[in-house]
Design a protein around this ligand. Structure first.
Ligand SMILES: NC(=O)c1ccc[n+]([C@@H]2O[C@H](COP(=O)([O-])OP(=O)(O)OC[C@H]3O[C@@H](n4cnc5c(N)ncnc54)[C@H](OP(=O)(O)O)[C@@H]3O)[C@@H](O)[C@H]2O)c1
Length: 343
């Protein structure tokens, strides 16, 4: 029997007691623009400074987004005494060094996904943040979306029965260009670290860390992983099948399947989307959910920012919805998959 209605999502709504933090942005590229736009439209958070390797780029970004301070260096932003939290939006290869720079300056830090390119480097960041007593979080925005709250509540309430499997894919058609960051090994390119991390984190949220990992796939001519399928074993009767590719656009959907019912996530599953709850009957009964907040696509980045502010206001140093140990474990799964692809 399906429930009569979906649970209400727990929202990270703005102006609900969280501090209005002063943010500094490092590396004003594509996602930084989307993030700052979402922050200013949908939260009580404000960006106070931006740093780029080029003063000209920083000044343009500051003008475009109404940011008071612009610098031609990252050091100036992390050293700015008026900044509470630093958001790092550089390519994956730079996350470790820039994260350590911000932590050493005593700032709270939000680092774009992936936290680092390996579990070992992620652990270095985690240890440094813990030692410094600052807040550290990977910007895995899917975790903070309303749909993720609904999924967690349905599972906790037993609506799916015993959860047995997760399937998810994330494929985007990125035209081949050896200079594009996704095709460059030196910038931490490859499908798994950029796109595959979304299916892997979903499986982790639902089933925890895998007990066995099997990966098959292939590489680009530049030497990064182009496509792969991961089969994760999670102990008796539990498994996940995850696919990623940077060569073709796949449905980018997900299903979470239990003994009583399943949740199907609409495409693309990792951004604000729809849910279908379906029972196991021969003539499947379904119930549909749409995000009542209506925040479209990249405005969904705002939820993680308000979550971070709320957690800092509560005196936390990490996200309870995506702990630092889990963040490292997710990268360990990706490490092992990448190792098998190149073995
Ligand atoms: N949450 C999401 O939905 C989402 C979406 C896309 C990307 N991302 C993540 O965000 C990060 C950035 O991705 P993006 O697509 O925004 O990249 P992008 O447009 O290429 O911007 C990255 C910026 O990093 C700076 N940078 C610093 N060192 C660099 C280097 N060695 N080479 C190139 N640029 C360098 C550059 O800014 P300056 O030189 O001006 O400092 C550049 O504009 C990645 O970690 C990615 O995984 C997240």
């Amino acid at each position: 029997m399906l429930p009569s209605a979906f649970p209400e999502p727990e929202l990270f709504a703005p102006n609900t007691g969280e501090p209005a933090l002063r943010w500094g942005v490092l590396a004003p590229g594509q996602i930084a623009g989307a993030f700052v736009g979402a922050l200013h439209r949908c939260t009580a958070q404000r960006v106070h400074a931006v740093g780029s390797r080029s003063l000209e780029r920083a000044e343009k970004f500051a003008r475009d987004h109404g940011i008071p301070r612009a610098s031609g260096s990252y050091d100036a932003v992390v050293g700015d005494p008026d900044i509470d939290v630093v958001y790092i939006a550089a390519p994956q290869s730079e996350h470790l060094a820039l994260g350590l720079l911000a932590i050493a300056a005593g700032k709270h830090v939000l680092i774009e996904k992936p936290l680092a390119t390996t579990a070992t480097d992620a652990r270095i960041l985690v240890d440094a943040a813990r030692e410094a007593g600052v807040f550290l979080m990977e910007a895995m925005w899917s975790r903070y979306l309303p749909q993720s709250s609904v999924i967690r509540t349905l599972i906790a309430d037993g609506a799916l029965g015993d959860v047995r499997s997760v399937s998810a894919d994330h494929g985007q058609a990125i035209p081949f260009d050896p200079e594009h960051r996704l095709y460059r090994p030196d910038l931490g390119g490859g499908a798994l670290l950029d796109l595959g991390i979304y299916p892997v984190q979903l499986a982790s949220m639902i089933l925890g860390a895998p007990t066995q990992i099997t990966a098959v796939g292939g590489m680009t001519e530049t030497g990064v992983d182009a496509y792969s399928t991961l089969v994760l074993d999670h102990g008796p009767h539990r498994h996940a099948t995850l696919t990623t590719t940077l060569e073709v656009r796949t449905p980018t959907v997900a299903a979470i399947v239990g003994t009583e019912a399943r949740i199907e996530m609409g495409s693309p599953f990792h951004i604000p989307t729809t849910l279908t709850l379906a029972d196991n009957g021969f003539l499947t009964e379904t119930l549909h959910w749409e995000d009542p907040t209506g925040l479209p696509v990249f405005d969904g980045l705002s939820w993680e920012a308000t979550a971070l502010a709320r957690y800092i206001g509560e005196g936390r140093t990490e996200s309870p919805l995506h702990t630092l140990d889990e963040t490292v474990a997710i990268l360990a799964t990706i490490d092992e998959a990448r190792r098998q692809l190149t073995a």
